[in-house]
Design a protein around this ligand. Structure first.
Ligand code: ADP
Ligand code: MG
Length: 455
């Protein structure tokens, strides 16, 4: 029997409460009403269009995942506005409407205990970021300050940052660790402005022993907030305390971020989380199976890992779906059931899949050479280097095996291995190359997403 709307929504909220920082949950999710469920569409209602656009921009995918997990099927979400809703809210919540954001609980409560170093699987895509995080956690402000972690969505930025926080927190002698996300920081600042308690706000943030701030890209385009954060940053830095930030892009590529902030963000160490290769993805799935107490055949784990490559959160979502199915039905998982259960995710993944061909095209365009030359047998010097870059990106972005990449370039396996090693080594010494690679990655992801939407 299917769950009624209230049960379903309550369970989904439960799930979301466990995933989101408490204040974010209260401010953005607790205000939503579930009005009805029609077929596979959940009708959600909020009190004004500000909530609507904000939720659509930021939280709909999360809500959809939560609903899928608790209902066991994919649900569409229809989010509408009902202006009478605000009037229906209890007094306490009315105050929390957007004009006056919710107050944040003490920073420590934002630490998610599950995000530890132990639970983080290390592979070539995150080795450097992981090592830097451990160093910063063990010797705050003495090694890399600030530590700036960037990477695409779902690649483990929050997990790593929280792991640093949990580690520091467990050493109580380390003093106060403030772990927050940029959105909460902004909300709290606005609240402090409206309640005239700026000095309290400043004291709280400027005297911490470590400030870990997630999703700093949220500051882009917000001039006044940048000004405030600039002073927060300086105060902490001058006190010789640790700062850790995460961002979905390198600081220099955040449009609308003041140059003085960009330069500060790059003072310490900048590390990137990249898409994990297939071996790492399998290792992550194994780890999550342990945590979920789930036994699933190796071949099926490989099946999932090979097909879901863009985002670890999605990989995890697929596994949770499998786990829910197994625990609800008591049936053993097999390939047919798996394909059916994950059909929507696999479908999306196929659309968004980054192809070697897409990489070759982007590289050819960037270096203004013909695609045919890039993959052809000729060896002129001006093409050799772009070709090696394309090989390296193919390996790191698609996680395909060396022989498959070799085929795509009409070269043998050893040539690809050599190219990957070469580019890997050079980018550690050559900032310009690092930048070019980052630009190319963005272009490739962007193109593949566009292609996915057009399909
Ligand atoms: P981001 O903040 O970059 O969007 P998250 O840190 O939220 O990504 O990671 C998404 C999910 O993937 C989390 O549940 C996290 O635990 C998991 N995850 C990411 N990287 C790893 C890893 N290396 N090992 C284990 N789990 C990981
Ligand atoms: Mg995150």
């Amino acid at each position: 029997m299917r769950k009624d709307k209230d049960t379903l929504w309550k369970e989904a909220c439960h799930h979301l409460e466990a995933t989101l920082p408490k204040d974010i949950f209260e401010k953005w999710i607790a205000v939503i009403q579930c009005r009805s469920i029609e077929e596979n569409t959940v009708i959600l209602v909020v009190g004004n269009d500000f909530y609507q656009s904000w939720l659509e921009e930021h939280y709909i995918p999360l809500i959809r995942t939560a609903l899928a997990v608790v209902s066991g099927r994919e649900m569409r979400i229809d989010l509408t506005v009902d202006y009478s809703l605000i009037a229906e809210l209890p007094e306490e919540k009315k105050e929390k409407a957007p004009s006056s954001p919710a107050t944040k609980k003490p920073a420590e409560t934002n630490l998610n205990k599950n995000y530890t170093f132990d639970a983080f699987v290390v592979g070539p895509s995150n080795q450097f970021a992981h090592a830097a995080s451990i160093a910063a956690a063990q010797a705050p402000a003495r090694t890399y300050n600030p530590l700036f972690i960037h990477g695409d969505v779902g690649l483990g930025k929050t997990h790593l940052m929280q792991a640093i926080g949990n580690f520091m927190h467990s050493k109580s002698s380390r003093g106060s660790v403030c772990c927050t996300n940029c959105e909460s920081f902004v909300n709290e600042y606005i609240e402090a402005l409206t309640t005239r308690s700026l000095s309290k706000f400043r004291k709280k943030y400027r005297t911490v022993d470590a400030l870990l701030i997630d999703d700093i890209h949220f500051l882009a385009g917000k001039d006044q907030m940048q000004e405030e954060f600039f002073h927060t940053f300086n105060a902490i830095f001058e006190n010789h305390k640790q700062i850790v930030m995460t961002s979905d892009r390198p600081a220099g590529e955040l449009a609308g971020l003041a140059p003085r902030l960009v330069s500060r963000f790059e003072w310490g160490l900048v590390v990137e989380l990249e898409s994990p290769d297939v071996e790492t993805r399998v290792a992550i799935l194994r780890k999550k199976c342990e945590q979920l107490n789930l036994t699933i055949e190796q071949s099926l784990l490989f099946y999932i890992a090979e097909r879901i490559s863009s985002n670890i959160r999605r990989l995890e979502g697929a596994l949770i779906r499998v786990a829910s199915y197994v625990s609800l039905t008591g049936l053993k998982m097999d390939r047919t059931k798996l394909e059916y259960l994950l059909r929507d995710t696999l479908d999306q993944e196929r659309k968004h899949a980054i192809s070697i061909e897409g990489i070759q095209k982007a590289v050819a365009e960037h270096f203004e050479i013909r695609l045919g030359d890039l993959v052809g047998p000729k060896r002129p010097q001006n093409i050799a280097w772009p070709r090696q870059i394309a090989m390296y990106l193919s390996r790191t972005m698609t996680g395909q095996s060396f022989p498959v990449i070799g085929d795509a370039f009409s070269r043998n396996h050893a040539t690809i291995v050599h190219a990957c090693q070469l580019v890997e080594r050079r980018q550690n010494e050559d900032m310009k190359l690092k930048h070019t690679l980052s630009l190319l990655r963005q272009r490739v992801s962007h193109n593949s997403q566009k292609a996915g939407q057009e399909q």
